[in-house]
Design a protein around this ligand. Structure first.
Ligand code: ADP
Ligand code: MG
Length: 709
């Protein structure tokens, strides 16, 4: 627990006072709560909370030597100080250091500041210098009494949040660093060859000496940074390796595929009824999965593949292997619509084959009627339901499996770590189920290795043949009429259209109104012969399913929807996708949406309607997204650009933030350090397991727990 701000003598500063004390009853003070939000709990957390930049308060400069834009610290005598009210209330003071004068301006100020700036007082002032010719000026500089000793080191500036003023955070970090136990965990014999140890590196990075080459701090190339990054990478390697070893010690049901291909196996029969042959990629990935399932170590595999690459078939084939071995398989999707689609498709393929064996597919969702759910649950418990499909209800309900051996999670980024953990509890006896996670947001290999710690990764890098590429057009939204013409033309050819409305408000009611209005407008514009449907997340599930069924049957030609169709929906006859306010969507989301068309043989198009906006231009990031969409339809390239635009934290989403993203090291550039850590980790776990554990705890703390998911 960090010391409260009270135990540290307050620093003299003109910054606003610390946030108000905690509400009565709350165990933590406001400051402690804010610190906790930043992940600052243990002493070591503070020690490892490194500055994002520094201020140089070690020198006093002459006013006459400063230039416009300089951060400058000067000392002088206050010659004037008054509060003026025009054009608005402000405090204006002037200081003189003998070389020149400078005006100080404050729009928000405390009486204490006014007192500090009494005429005749000698003050030390720090801020950004403005002007020069007409007179120097500083807005809201920090002011201290003059004459105190200058610090020997640069002053750290930490990234902070509301309720946690920089000086308070600075004090907390200083005392946390002072208390932290920083003994070496990297054994000397096999360890780090550099001169900087952990303690000296951290101390230096919090308080560097002013002679340091600032660029080496900024680009993390300074030897102290190298040491810290090496430590971090080592922690990551160690925890991954440990998770792998732990999993290797667990047991899963072995699901061997029979040596000779048996025509009577469900797997072979499914292959035979598929209306197409597998792509090379599907075959390869299928073999990777088969190999995993045949082992007694639980599979943890991520299957990534672009939208439309055919992940569902791969999943179905894996399920068939599992069922052939006499076990149950669960398939989960993040939404009911998506789960329903899987169900429909898999049932079509598998149900007749399962029926011959006295088995069936079961369906489980939260919105199911109790009677139906009870019947399904009974089928799951008896083992009659060899395949169970649904939303997370499959794991969150009180469903007992007879012998679950394989769990497949579609669109796994929508599932949290907790849900993955809950799945583990569904296994039989001491056995863990095999786990196959599917994702349509491919991420670069190095990132996958780091982020999905303990997962093996398979990639479908080939689309089924016969797809015509989707043409993507950017259209300013005042040209809506042309889009209506396009829609007419598609419908005249018997094709169908998606029209996606953006989430405009936090409120679903407003979104619903918007979507409803759009539906009415389109219905008006397209005439009575065209059916325009509406799909919105607020609608009852039964109604949603009815609309989807009508769209699938081409009873509805234009489907207006909010982003509920984002993932996985598969209606091959739809050939045009219009996305309204495309500038408001994320890149991966746009790509997912676009993937709803181009699923059949017809030439497909995606129209991105954008509002040029008040300023006449959309933001820079939004423009980069739209440009990427127009330039490429390759999901891997999209993912690469998305990562570039957003950075890994945001790209991967907060949902999974349990897994440790690297804070300091960069996998793509710190390759030498990564190699070092990779080599050392197994040695250390083997020869110095205690040190290894301490190292992991120090760096990952409680987060390490998540990696075992
Ligand atoms: P995703 O990877 O986005 O989940 P799906 O599994 O929904 O993709 O497959 C997209 C479409 O391609 C489906 O209609 C599916 O039946 C079809 N498909 C899958 N594999 C093949 C293949 N090898 N050849 C032709 N069509 C395929
Ligand atoms: Mg899919």
């Amino acid at each position: 627990m960090p010391a409260s701000a009270k135990s540290v003598p307050p620093e003299k500063t003109t910054s606003p006072p610390a946030a108000a004390p905690a509400a009565p009853g709350a165990g933590l003070s406001a400051v402690q709560r804010a610190l906790r939000k930043l992940g600052l709990v243990r002493d070591i957390d503070f020690a490892l909370y490194l500055p994002m930049r520094y201020e140089d308060e070690t020198r006093i400069v002459r006013l006459a030597d400063t230039r416009d834009g300089d951060m400058a610290q000067v000392e002088g005598v206050v010659t004037e100080c008054e509060v003026v009210f025009r054009p608005r209330r402000q405090l204006i003071a002037t200081i003189d250091d003998g070389s020149d004068t400078c005006q100080l301006r404050f729009f928000n100020f405390y009486p204490s500041q006014q007192k500090q700036l009494a005429v005749g007082a000698r003050v030390r002032v720090r801020g950004e210098m403005r002007g020069g010719f007409v007179g120097r000026q500083m807005m809201h500089p920090t002011v201290k009494a003059a004459g105190t000793a200058l610090p020997q080191a640069l002053t750290p500036v930490y990234s902070t949040i509301a309720g946690l003023p920089q000086p308070v955070l600075r004090r907390e970090v200083r005392s946390g660093l002072a208390r932290a136990v920083l003994d070496e965990t990297i054994p000397v014999q096999i360890g780090w060859r550099g001169a900087w140890d952990l303690r000296s590196s951290l101390t230096f990075l919090h308080y560097p000496t002013p002679d340091v080459a600032m660029a080496t701090l900024e680009d993390h190339s300074h030897p102290a940074w190298q040491r810290i990054k090496a430590e971090e990478l080592l922690a990551q390697q160690l925890s991954q390796l440990q998770a792998r070893l732990e999993r290797a010690a667990q047991r899963a049901p072995m699901l061997p595929s029979s040596a000779e291909p048996q025509a009577s196996s469900l797997h072979a029969q499914l292959l035979a009824v598929l209306p197409f042959g597998l792509t090379g990629a599907q075959q390869r990935v299928g073999e990777e999965i088969t190999r995993d399932l045949g082992r007694e170590i639980p599979m943890h595999r991520l299957l990534q593949g672009d939208v439309g690459s055919g992940k569902t078939v791969v999943a179905a084939l894996a399920a068939a292997r599992c069922i052939d071995a006499g076990f149950q398989c669960a398939l989960m999707a993040p939404t009911e619509i998506l789960a329903a689609q899987h169900f429909g498709k898999l049932v079509g393929w598998l149900d007749p084959l399962l029926a011959e064996r006295g088995l069936r597919v079961a369906w489980l969702t939260g919105s199911q009627k109790k009677k139906e759910r009870d019947a399904m649950s009974a089928a799951v418990e008896s083992g009659e339901a060899a395949l169970v499909i649904g939303t997370h209800a499959v794991i969150s309900e009180k469903v007992r499996f007879k012998n679950l051996a394989l769990a497949i999670i579609d669109e796994q980024h929508r599932f949290g770590v907790a849900q993955r953990l809950a799945l583990r509890g569904k296994a039989v006896g001491h056995l863990e189920p095999h786990l196959l996670m599917m994702s349509a947001t491919p991420i670069p290999r190095t990132l996958a290795m780091s982020y999905y710690a303990d997962l093996d990764v398979s990639t479908l890098d080939e689309l089924p043949p016969g797809r015509t590429p989707i043409v993507t057009k950017l259209v300013a939204d005042h040209r809506r009429e042309e889009v209506i013409d396009r829609i007419q033309a598609q419908i005249a050819q018997g094709r169908q259209v998606y029209w996606v409305c953006p989430l405009i408000e936090e409120s679903e009611a407003v979104d619903l109104r918007n979507a409803t209005e759009t539906r009415d407008e389109l219905a008006d514009a397209l005439g009575a012969a065209v059916n325009v449907g509406l799909l919105h997340s607020r609608m009852p599930t039964a109604e949603k399913q009815a609309v989807m069924a009508a769209f699938t049957a081409n009873e509805i030609q234009v489907l207006v929807s909010t982003t509920v169709i984002e993932v996985g929906v598969d209606v091959p006859n739809a050939s045009l996708m219009v996305i309204e306010h495309a500038e408001r969507f994320g890149l991966s989301q746009l790509h997912q949406l676009r993937g709803r068309v181009g699923r059949g043989a017809a030439a497909s198009a995606c129209v991105l309607l954008y509002a040029p906006g008040d300023s006449g231009r959309v933001g820079e990031a939004a423009r980069a997204r739209l440009k990427a969409m127009a330039e490429t339809s390759d999901g891997f390239e999209i993912a690469r650009r998305d990562l570039e635009i957003r950075g890994p934290g945001e790209f991967l989403g907060a949902r999974q933030s349990g897994a440790p993203l690297l804070r300091f090291a960069d996998l793509s550039t710190d390759t030498m350090l990564l190699d070092w850590a990779r080599e050392l980790a197994p040695l250390m776990l083997d020869k110095h397991p205690d040190l290894a554990q301490r190292h992991i705890d120090r760096w990952l703390g409680t987060k390490a727990e998540y990696l075992k998911a």
